[in-house]
Design a binder for this molecule. Structure first.
Ligand code: HEM
Ligand SMILES: *[C@@H]1O[C@H](CO)[C@@H](O)[C@H](O)[C@H]1NC(C)=O
Length: 333
């Protein structure tokens, strides 16, 4: 009884959050536009790009880390840089289990980019951290070989965060297609958007715990465990032995882990998807045609990715007194 009640409550809370977020996004959508800072801080975008590019040269983790940071920002309370807030008591979003592996190098790069923009003449207090995240995500994609696109700007930073909500609003590595579709639909994204955005797994890494069950389960093709190429499985067992180290990592795209390309989708066709939530996109007949399209046509993938990133960037925008432009990304003003 108690458990069922808890689940019901949680469901109701999630629904309320979703409805609230869609409502806010609807009201504020018109305010985002390209070149938003053209007159108020004309060097904002070039400054962010140059800081991010420098940091990426120092640490490759900045690339995938920044892209994931933007996704986690937008899915948790909307694109409002709540993911960047640090609480002295450790109660911030980054201390949720689901966000524990966000890249410190990427967080640092965003904070450095913000500081550089604040230091530009006339720019102090003008450019939000939520926008810097959106610009930086665009920059890493193009710097790593993906499409370059104009990014919509004009977001405000949020004034609060909620660690407890994080694990309920982010997708899990064991999600099946219905679970993925339902969560992305709550954020106004279609199945095609979801598949295109999953293409972000063309760069970056995963820790062993996210797929360990997949590589030591002897019976394959279980509902929760889509098939895996045997050679690939063996190579993963070398990276993650049963007594794996918590810091051991595997590449999400084993073929071209440092290039933003459509190799991720080709991997799926050979059952070389690392997470169950990756491989299921090919295993499930309802999403397979889109995987095949993106695998065959990089332009089609890039166009769909850019369109989906724009939609991702419009989730749950803050308006009026719910938002502000922070002076530093780690704390509300
Ligand atoms: C579709 C549902 C998704 C699931 C289930 C998922 C899950 C995960 C998991 C479990 C990791 C590894 C975390 C770790 O072990 O450190 C990861 C990494 C990553 N995810 Fe996703 N993700 C999803 C969608 C996305 C989206 C939409 C984006 C961005 C547009 C994204 C970008 C990334 C990147 C770039 C990494 C590598 C991070 C790094 O190397 O620091 N993911 N994801
Ligand atoms: C690839 O996709 C693009 C964009 O959708 C399209 O214009 C082009 O015709 C496609 N190319 C092929 C070979 O199908």
């Amino acid at each position: 009884m108690a458990a069922a009640g808890g689940l019901l409550l949680r469901g109701a809370a999630a629904l309320t959050v979703a409805v609230l977020m869609l409502g806010i996004a609807g009201a504020a959508r018109a305010q985002l536009r390209q070149n938003y800072y053209a007159s108020s801080c004309p060097s904002a975008e070039s400054t962010v790009r140059s800081v991010i590019s420098q940091r990426l040269q120092q640490s490759f983790a900045v690339g995938p880390g920044t892209l994931r940071l933007f996704f986690h920002d937008c899915f948790v309370r909307g694109c409002d840089a709540s993911v960047m807030l640090m609480a002295p008591n450790g109660d911030d979003e980054s201390h949720s289990g689901a966000d524990a592996t966000l890249s410190p190098d990427a967080v640092d790069a965003i904070n450095k980019a913000k500081a550089a923009v604040e230091a530009l003449p006339g720019c102090a207090g003008k450019v939000s951290c939520a926008d810097i995240l959106a610009m930086a995500a665009r920059d890493v994609v193009s710097l790593l070989g993906g499409p370059n696109y104009a990014v919509e700007l004009g977001r405000l930073d949020g004034k609060s965060f909620n660690r407890a909500i994080v694990k309920h609003v982010l997708p899990g590595p064991g999600f099946n297609l219905d679970q993925l579709n339902s969560l992305f639909a709550q954020n106004g994204l279609t199945q095609t958007d979801m598949i295109a955005l999953s293409g972000a797994h063309t760069i970056g890494v995963t820790h062993c715990d996210k797929f360990i069950r997949r590589i030591y389960t002897f019976k394959q093709h279980l509902p929760w465990n889509p098939p895996m190429n045997l050679e690939y499985l063996r190579s993963l067992r070398r990276v993650c032995p049963i007594n794996y180290s918590p810091t051991a990592i595997a590449m999400l795209d084993a073929s071209t882990p440092r290039v933003f390309d459509n190799a991720y989708f080709n991997n799926l066709r050979y059952n070389k998807g690392l997470l169950a939530s990756d491989q299921v996109l090919f295993t499930d007949r309802r999403s397979r045609p889109t995987v095949n399209l993106f695998a065959a046509n990089n332009t089609a993938f890039q166009e769909a990715f850019v369109a989906a990133m724009a939609k991702l960037g419009r989730i749950g925008l803050k308006t009026g007194s719910d938002g502000e432009v922070r002076r530093v990304c780690t704390a509300v003003n």
